[in-house]
Design a protein around this ligand. Structure first.
Ligand code: SF4
Ligand code: SF4
Length: 92
């Protein structure tokens, strides 16, 4: 899917596909820059599929997840602000 800027220049939205739970440190940077309420922070204790050996920073008690994927406008801001390169994107 393609879009245009206000000036009419074509650009391709990059929609959030996934957040790597292994790398995430729960810093909240991505959450703060998202204007669309796509992301939400969850307690790692709620994820029965992982234990502390499965993630990089064992002090990270929370991790970011995708809550409303269909509300993403594909701006890419979350990925640019993430210090741990957690995000993967798709173009449609
Ligand atoms: S790409 Fe933009 S709209 Fe989508 S989750 Fe990231 S910051 Fe939010
Ligand atoms: S910016 Fe990256 S490391 Fe920080 S909460 Fe978001 S996904 Fe996790």
């Amino acid at each position: 899917m393609s879009a245009v800027t206000r000036g009419g220049t074509p650009w391709t939205p990059q929609y959030v596909e996934a957040i790597n739970p292994k790398n995430c440190i729960g810093c909240g940077r991505c959450y703060k820059v998202c204007t669309r309420d796509v992301l939400t922070l969850v307690d790692r204790g709620e994820d029965d599929d992982m234990d502390e050996d499965d993630w990089d920073d064992e002090d990270a008690k929370a991790m970011m997840t995708v809550k409303n994927a269909m509300d993403c406008i594909g701006c890419g801001a979350c990925g640019r602000t993430c210090p741990k390169d957690c995000f993967t994107f798709v173009t449609a």
